[in-house]
Ligand binder design. Structure first.
Ligand code: MG
Ligand code: MG
Length: 257
């Protein structure tokens, strides 16, 4: 069942998204070579709690941290650890905030120091595909139109789409209906109606689309161990427009990819 949101509920989600966007920026300020990924987690958690929110991911189905941190061939759901980031790595930072009963959810993949042209292109294309997906998320269109737009954009450029993990509705629960795959067929799937709030989150691989789960029971990595990128925003679909509810603005004041 889809929980459509009122404008008042979406206003709360936007407040949640604002705290989230600023928490991401705290990470952006210090992320770089030599930084341990568990330091990033600590900073994000403190910032969220100091601003009246709770980290959505912490204890979600037993997940141990505020951030999902996925380095290089890890796609999503990696744990923060004592791993020290190295020049040439890429790192997906995914975070959620619960505020006044509503969740927000967004992700950004950073290059660490200078990365190869091949990898930088993967990051740029994945981020572009997020906005292509947002552009396709219009009132009256369908979930398949969003997935098709993302898939077509990245496959045309030689990349592949992870199938096993998808975007999702968001609200009082972190994961709600409908699922929002990053692949699909035009005109298929759930119709995007007034008040729908979804997270769109392309996970795009440099090599093949195949992924495996690590033995920790969480981390998803590419089967061929080639890098994967991940960017995520939430949007609300209204009759006359689609509104982006999360922001990368504060990250992008600090870094460009
Ligand atoms: Mg999500
Ligand atoms: Mg997320």
């Amino acid at each position: 069942m889809i929980h459509y949101k009122t404008p008042e509920e979406v206003d709360i989600i936007k407040e949640s998204g604002e705290i989230l966007g600023r928490a991401h920026a705290e990470v952006a300020k210090i992320v770089g070579p030599g930084v341990r990924t568990d330091e990033l987690d600590k900073i994000a958690e403190e910032f969220i709690r100091d601003h009246g929110g709770d980290p959505s991911f912490k204890h979600y189905n037993g997940f141990p941290a505020t951030l999902c941190i996925s380095v290089n061939e890890n796609v999503v759901h990696g744990f923060p650890s004592d791993y020290e980031l190295q020049e040439g790595d890429i790192i997906s930072v995914d975070c959620g905030v619960k505020y006044k009963g509503f969740h927000s959810d967004s992700a950004f993949t950073y290059p660490i120091g200078s990365v190869s042209d091949e990898v930088r292109k993967l990051l740029r294309t994945t981020k572009e595909s997020l906005y292509i997906g947002i552009g396709a998320a219009k009132h009256g269109s369908r979930i398949g139109d969003v997935g098709y737009a993302i898939q077509h954009y990245v496959e045309e450029r030689g990349y592949t789409v992870v199938r096993e993990l998808v975007g999702h509705g968001v609200g009082k629960n972190l994961h709600e209906s409908p699922e929002v795959p990053n692949y699909g067929r035009r005109g298929r799937g759930t119709k995007l109606n007034h008040g729908l709030v979804i997270a769109i989150e392309p996970m795009i691989n440099l090599g093949t689309k195949h992924v495996v789960q690590e033995e920790d029971g969480w981390t998803i990595r590419t089967r061929d161990r080639k890098p994967s990128a991940h960017y995520e925003h939430m949007v609300a679909v209204w009759k006359d427009r689609t509104e982006v509810l999360t922001t990368h603005k504060y990250i992008e004041e600090i870094i460009t990819i």
